[in-house]
Design a protein around this ligand. Structure first.
Ligand code: HEM
Ligand code: HEM
Length: 178
């Protein structure tokens, strides 16, 4: 296929896509690691703060991503794709956005649930707010943990689908995002 005529996602969309993929994977690994730390580990306090800091940067990036997507429409679906494939791709993207936003909101609600000020690596205090509902920390903790697994599995399948398009179907799906 001639790469000269590929209509790619905008540079900003591509950069944000790969940064978000990196951060989501990093947050997942960091999240699983930090919950195993014991009180005497030097990372016991700092690892969750780092997790929240990266999570907040992710939130800003996602807001940027929505603005970029709104201002600069993504390229039209490839003509070689069936209607079903186009629909499935759109649905998968919408789910990825939704997953990430729920992760951000649930993570924030865990971090502020006990009403104590959380200082982030000495840089700033996380704005606190009153508990919104009972057992907020437990409930949001469960949602955050289950959705983290759901998101990582779903994003993995999404990546495999992109590789299938590239190596098996031989179309430009992946090249448009590179
Ligand atoms: C897509 C982004 C994110 C992923 C993949 C992720 C992943 C995880 C994982 C795997 C855990 C361990 C869960 C457990 O077993 O308890 C965790 C815990 C946690 N996350 Fe996230 N996280 C994300 C975003 C955020 C954000 C944006 C915040 C806050 C603003 C946050 C705050 C927390 C907190 C406070 C915990 C500790 C929960 C506890 O002590 O039980 N996370 N996260
Ligand atoms: C945590 C990891 C990932 C997340 C959260 C993620 C999320 C997304 C989202 C939300 C879109 C929609 C694009 C938009 O709205 O601008 C997208 C598109 C895309 N992603 Fe990912 N992605 C991840 C990992 C990957 C990986 C590992 C690959 C490749 C191996 C990949 C390849 C693509 C491609 C090719 C598109 C464009 C698809 C099309 O045009 O239909 N992504 N991704």
């Amino acid at each position: 296929m001639n790469t000269q005529f590929i209509v790619k996602y905008s540079l900003a969309s591509r950069l944000i896509h790969w940064l978000v993929a990196l951060m989501v994977s990093g947050l997942f690994g960091l999240g699983l690691w930090m919950r195993e730390l014991d009180y005497y580990s030097q990372w016991y306090q700092t690892a969750p703060q780092l997790h929240v800091l990266i999570g907040l940067i992710l939130a800003l990036l996602m807001i940027g991503r929505v603005i970029v997507r709104w201002k600069k429409k993504p390229p039209k679906p490839l003509s070689t794709l069936s209607k079903f494939e186009v629909f499935a791709a759109h649905a998968a993207h919408a789910f990825l956005y939704l997953f990430i936003f729920v992760m951000i909101v649930s993570g924030y609600l865990i971090a502020v649930a006990d009403g104590d000020v959380m200082n982030i690596l000495g840089f700033f205090d996380l704005p606190v707010m009153d508990s919104l509902f009972e057992r907020q920390e437990d409930l949001m903790g469960d949602i955050h943990e289950w959705l983290a697994w759901g998101l990582i599995i779903f994003a993995g399948l999404h990546g495999i689908a992109a590789l299938k398009h590239h190596f098996i179907s031989g179309d430009d799906t992946l090249r448009r995002m590179l």
